[in-house]
Structures are given as structure tokens and as C-alpha cells.
Unconditional design. Structure first.
Length: 146
């Protein structure tokens, strides 16, 4: 067996949510396709807090204290955990690991999927098209391509 192969068995499933109805629908549909998921990891990604809010840039000073930044990070963590808890309750999931990560959602999902390793990644899409998609980007598109 090489380092890139994994033993056959129940799949490790990475479920990704932002708390939206679209994410819940995608997770429901994804789980319906799996007969026996093994390890289930439920992930939400919060945006990173820009350190320049404290340190400032160039001639501009910071706009918040270090303690205020920590309070903001703590509030984001709490909100993200509530999102995960509500998703677990809404879907009636049992024996699921919940995880809050920070950063760009597409990159975080890809890195986590590789490190688990996940056999299946389930996430929804907002269905943006055209200019909105070009400007806003697409997390699901990034994950599919990487």
C-alpha cells in the first residue's frame, strides 16, 4: 500500500455548512446518497480577523484594541459553534465531530479534506451566476477545482 491509498471501509464524510438553507439541503441530499458513512466531520469556516485592525497600516493606526479583537474572534467562534449545533439538531445527526476553522472557506475545506482524508465532501452553492459569481467567487467551484 502506498501513502496515497486508503483502506476500504466506511467513508470519511466532510459536511460543510454556513448555516444557510441551501447548505442544509445539500447535506441532506449528500447523506441520502451514502449507505454507511463512517466518520462524519461537520465544518463551518469563519472569516479571519484582519490583524491590521489592531496594528494599523502605514500611517493609519489600528481601529481596535487587542482585547477588542480577541472579543471579536470569540464572538465569531461562538456564532460558528451555534451554527454547527443548530445543523446537528436540524439534521438529527449522531456521532458527528464538529469543527470551526478560520480563513478562506475554499482553501480551508480543501486542506481539511486532504488532511482527514475525506472520501466525500458535501457543500452547497448559492447559485450565483455571471458577474456576481465573478466578483463574489464561489467556494464550491474552488473546492471542485482543487
Amino acid at each position: 500500500m502506498t501513502a496515497t491509498t486508503t483502506p476500504m471501509g466506511p467513508p470519511t464524510v466532510l459536511l460543510c455548512t454556513d448555516g444557510s438553507d441551501l447548505a442544509l439541503t445539500a447535506i441532506r441530499q449528500g447523506l441520502a446518497l451514502l449507505t454507511t458513512p463512517g466518520r462524519i466531520v461537520l465544518l463551518t469556516v469563519a472569516p479571519s480577523v484582519d490583524p491590521t485592525l489592531v496594528t494599523g497600516t502605514g500611517f493609519a493606526g489600528g481601529v481596535m484594541s487587542f482585547d477588542e479583537k480577541n472579543d471579536l474572534v470569540e464572538a465569531q467562534r461562538d456564532a460558528a459553534q451555534i451554527t454547527l449545533d443548530e445543523t446537528v439538531a436540524e439534521l438529527g445527526l449522531a456521532d458527528v465531530e464538529t469543527l470551526v476553522e478560520y480563513g478562506d472557506a475554499g482553501h480551508v475545506i480543501c486542506e481539511l479534506a486532504a488532511s482527514l482524508p475525506a472520501h466525500v465532501v458535501v457543500l452547497g452553492t448559492h447559485g450565483r451566476r455571471g458577474l456576481r459569481r465573478a466578483v463574489m467567487g464561489s467556494t464550491s467551484d474552488h473546492v471542485v477545482r482543487h
